[in-house]
Design a binder for this molecule. Structure first.
Ligand SMILES: Cc1cc2nc3c(=O)[nH]c(=O)nc-3n(C[C@H](O)[C@H](O)[C@H](O)COP(=O)(O)O)c2cc1C
Length: 421
């Protein structure tokens, strides 16, 4: 590597002292989405995690999991595993195409438990030390690490220090424990992030519960981290970190070709519907340029349309400044998070069946036309349920008319586009 191996803040400055970070996400931080987020103020991206053993032995996985481009910078490529030798081999293969290799010590999923990696290594400090220190000495690029809040503050601080001592040049901390997932996700603990941050000297990224630019600034203030990372928030709105100053070098031809979404801050945009479709169309253009799996494309489009009716900053009841936690106003988000695809059920069904990015793009074009002209979707076809008709003696069109059919579809959305971590 021509620039030599930079460390800590020297390295951080070299990659532009990033402030806003797109989280590593399986099926969520693909190269096309990374490029979209970069246009809107993200200054550092992570790849989805690369499972070292699969990367070495499965050529189809290898092809699919790691794609990048010259302009996809700065980029941290994330790996996971428990076999140091395999991890070094993978890291050596990809290090020329990224700025740092990150190790995932935070994945809480069942498959991580089975395969013994991610957050299931968090109590094996000797193994963690070996993984990080070996990568640190073998790689030409810096090694970085992402971990979670532990089950006690002492353990959180101890693990942060261990990562630094082993050679991690940047540390990212997700402020939720391994158990905080699914229905128990809850809010990230920014105060615990601050305590860990103050225990080490390398650049530090705070992660968890960022749903608006205001959240990001508040999180930076409380945690004293160098940067803030978002996963779910950016999946819903790629312009989460938008601010006029962060877009100063935006490509002007791009701005004019998508004027109905670019140039409007997320919180000020007047028409949430057009904004979400606008992001989706921009993303689909990028998917034409960078190879992106179709199921990942559909999932992103779905998420961006969800962002339409969500006002992230308004979903919190109160903020506990002392403890650095917000209190979630339960139910409020569900109320507001309604995808356009729930209303435009026919577009949704066609999107499920779409076989190419072009087909999805045509559907978004159609949806844009409808929204701009205030055209409602076609009525849902009535369903025939003879038993109910006979039993209740009611007219089937009342029982299974439009309203009834639309209610019965509720909840199907998340099953079809599942992806919650
Ligand atoms: C769909 C999805 C996939 C994820 N994949 C990864 C991953 O590959 N590696 C990782 O370290 N974390 C992964 N995460 C966790 C995120 O990086 C992040 O830590 C988490 O979503 C908390 O941030 P948030 O509150 O902003 O969403 C994933 C999260 C989601 C939602």
């Amino acid at each position: 590597m021509a620039r030599g191996k930079l460390e800590g803040y020297e390295f951080w400055k070299w990659i532009g002292a990033p402030r806003y970070v797109l989280a590593p996400m399986v099926d969520g931080s693909d190269v096309s989405y990374r490029m979209l987020c970069r246009r809107y103020g993200v200054t550092l991206c992570y790849t989805p995690m690369i499972v070292a053993s699969s990367f070495l032995w499965d050529s189809a996985y290898r092809e699919e999991v790691f794609g990048t481009a010259e302009e996809d910078k700065p980029l941290f490529a994330q790996i996971c595993g428990d076999d140091v030798e395999a991890m070094v081999k993978v890291a050596k293969t990809i290090e020329k195409s990224c700025d740092a290799v990150d190790v995932n010590f935070g994945c809480p999923q069942k498959y991580a438990k089975r395969a013994h990696y991610g957050a299931y290594l968090q109590d094996e400090w000797d193994l963690i030390r070996k993984i990080v220190s070996t990568l640190h000495s073998c790689l030409e690029v810096p090694v970085t690490a992402k971990f979670r809040k532990q089950f006690s503050t002492d353990r959180t601080v101890g693990l942060a220090r261990l990562l630094e001592e082993s050679g991690a040049q940047v540390i990212c901390m997700h402020g939720r424990t391994r158990k905080q997932k699914g229905a128990k996700t809850g809010e990230a603990d920014w105060e615990e992030i601050r305590i860990a941050r103050e225990a080490v000297h390398v650049p530090f990224i705070a992660n968890g519960s960022i749903r608006s630019l205001e959240d990001a600034e508040e999180c930076l203030r409380i945690t004293k981290a160098d940067a803030v990372m978002s996963g779910e928030g950016l999946r819903r709105c790629p312009a989460l970190f938008y601010s006029p100053s962060s877009l100063s070098d935006i490509d002007s031809s791009f701005s004019s070709s998508s004027c109905w979404s670019v140039g409007k801050p997320f919180s000020e945009a007047s028409n949430g519907h057009t904004r979400g479709i606008g992001y989706a169309l921009e993303y689909l253009d990028l998917c034409g340029k960078y190879c992106t799996p179709l199921d990942v494309v559909k999932e992103h489009v779905h998420r961006m349309l969800l962002s339409d009716l969500t006002t992230p900053a308004a979903t919190f009841k109160s903020f506990d400044t002392k403890r650095g936690r917000r209190h979630w106003a339960k139910g409020k988000e569900e109320e507001k998070t309604r995808s356009l695809l729930e209303t435009h059920w026919d577009v949704r069904e066609k999107m499920m069946d779409a076989h190419s990015v072009e087909e999805v793009r045509d559907l978004m074009g159609m949806l844009k036309g409808r929204v701009l002209t205030d055209t409602p979707p076609p009525p849902r076809p009535a369903r025939h349920e003879p038993q109910a008709e006979e039993e209740d003696g009611l007219d089937g069109s009342i029982l299974f008319g439009e309203e009834e059919a639309s209610c019965s579809n509720e909840g199907a959305e998340d099953e079809l586009f599942s992806g919650d971590y």
